[in-house]
Design a binder for this molecule. Structure first.
Ligand code: ADP
Length: 440
């Protein structure tokens, strides 16, 4: 800066002096300044040439403040290079790490275009990187279910996953998970779940087969015990109590097997596809009468409030089983003369069955585990009342298969509320039925 200033002052002084000596002051001053500008322009030109070369060559030696600018640019360039080096190292390590993953990973950009994929994605979905870069995944993966999943999910829904047969290998089962990040990017994870699926299938088959095999002998045993206990002539007095106990236990085992079979049938498919119009108010009427019979001498006070026109699309048998489990639970777990309120209504979120009782309630630590198989707050009491411990597991499965959810609220000492939520897409009204198409 200082040099530039001195140089300019020098030029002005010399050209001014020459001007004074020749009597052409203004002309000499103007000529001096013009020469200075031309000289400066050439220096700037050299700087521009160097910048335009975009090479790694160091800046040329230039005078004054321009030289300082060159050094600054040099410094910024070397810092940028260091960063670039670090970033590409990080990217390489990230790609190496994701390539070593046992899962397939695909980075999807806007409109589902493939931005990156690892080797496993090639094995599972035949997506080749970098060959398929910028291709839309929908053009490469032809499975309509997967395409629908990719479109509909990814809005940070943590539970969204899809299980499908592998398009490449018939015996392979794959699980797809998707997560959104950035502005419109998505990460697609593909996992081989063939082994887990097989073990799960074996477990389901085992339970279904064992329950099925046990059912026939148990029916025979129960039949004989019933006949024996009813026949006062052949059954000695001293045998009455043990035979009655055996009959009760055999009946309980029969109920248990039925629930196990129901559960394994529900588990065999994920979603209920055979949807039919279900007259829920009628179902609730039947369950209401059965609940009153079950209440018997306990004389519960019932309130039933149903929207008579509110039906849903679903499975009659499954919904009957779910709703009766919730209502019978309220009867079984609420002391005599307790109040049980049953409400069937719809709002903008869908249709709901709410069963509220003023029984003993459930402590908060038990609530998340109630729908597990055989989970009971008080095992002894549940058995005594004939419970199998599978009722709420069945309810959860039925609702899941209908795209719904079970909601439980309870305050110990005050009572419990069990609410079955069914999605609005299943809601139909009796009056609209003629016009509506019942296809799912
Ligand atoms: P169970 O056959 O034992 O009723 P469920 O799966 O239907 O099995 O219910 C699991 C447990 O949840 C029950 O054992 C009971 O402890 C608790 N439970 C269910 N409904 C109620 C209720 N209305 N009030 C209090 N506890 C309940």
């Amino acid at each position: 800066m200082k040099v530039d200033f001195l140089r300019l002052t020098g030029i002005l002084f010399v050209s001014g002096l020459i001007g004074l000596l020749t009597g052409q002051f203004m002309l000499c001053l103007f000529t001096g300044l013009l020469l200075y500008c031309i000289w400066y322009y050439r220096i700037l030109r050299r700087l521009l040439d160097w910048l335009q070369q975009r090479t790694d060559n160091n800046a040329p030696e230039l005078p004054g403040v321009i030289d300082e600018i060159c050094r600054e640019i040099d410094f910024l360039k070397s810092r940028h290079k260091q960063r670039e080096f670090k970033l590409s190292g990080f990217l390489r390590r990230f790609q190496e790490a994701t390539s070593a993953l046992p899962d397939g990973v695909v980075v999807l950009g806007e409109n589902g275009t493939i931005e990156w994929a690892n080797k496993k994605a090639n094995e599972y979905l035949d997506i080749r990187w970098p060959h398929d870069a910028n291709q839309r995944i929908a053009n490469l993966v032809r499975n309509p279910e997967l395409i629908r999943f990719l479109k509909s999910t990814g809005n940070n829904k943590p539970d969204s996953s899809l299980q499908l047969d592998s398009p490449a290998r018939a015996s392979q089962k794959l699980e797809f998970r998707i997560t959104s990040y950035g502005d419109s990017q998505k990460l697609l994870f593909i996992r081989d779940i063939t082994d887990i699926y097989r073990v799960n299938q074996m477990r389901k088959d085992f339970i279904a087969n064992a329950s099925h095999e046990l059912r026939s002998p148990l029916t025979v045993i129960t039949g004989y015990l019933e006949g024996f206990s009813d026949d006062t002539e052949t059954c000695p007095e001293s045998w009455r109590t043990p035979v009655e106990q055996m009959r009760k236990q055999a009946t309980r085992m029969q109920r248990l097997l039925e629930d196990l079979l129901r559960l394994s049938t529900l588990e065999s498919t994920d979603e209920q596809k055979d949807l039919e119009p279900v007259r829920v108010p009628e179902i609730l009427g039947t369950i209401y009468q059965e609940a009153q019979t079950l209440s018997g001498l306990m004389e519960h006070i019932f309130y039933l409030e149903t929207d008579p026109d509110l039906w849903v699309k679903g499975s009659h048998g499954e919904l009957f089983s779910a709703f009766s489990n919730i209502i019978f639970n309220a009867v079984q777990h609420t002391p005599g003369r307790g109040i049980i309120r049953i409400r069937w209504y719809a709002d903008e979120e869908g249709a709901h069955l709410e069963v509220k009782d003023n029984g003993p309630g459930i402590a908060p630590e038990h609530l998340p585990r109630l729908t597990e198989r055989f989970y009971r707050v008080d095992k002894g009491r549940s058995r005594e009342k004939g419970g199998t411990g599978l009722g709420l597991a069945i309810v959860k499965h039925v609702l899941f298969r209908h795209g719904g959810k079970l909601h439980i609220e309870s305050i110990p000492g005050q009572g419990s509320t069990f609410r079955c939520d069914l999605p609005s897409r299943l809601v139909i009204y009796r009056n609209d039925l003629q016009d509506s198409s019942l296809s799912a």
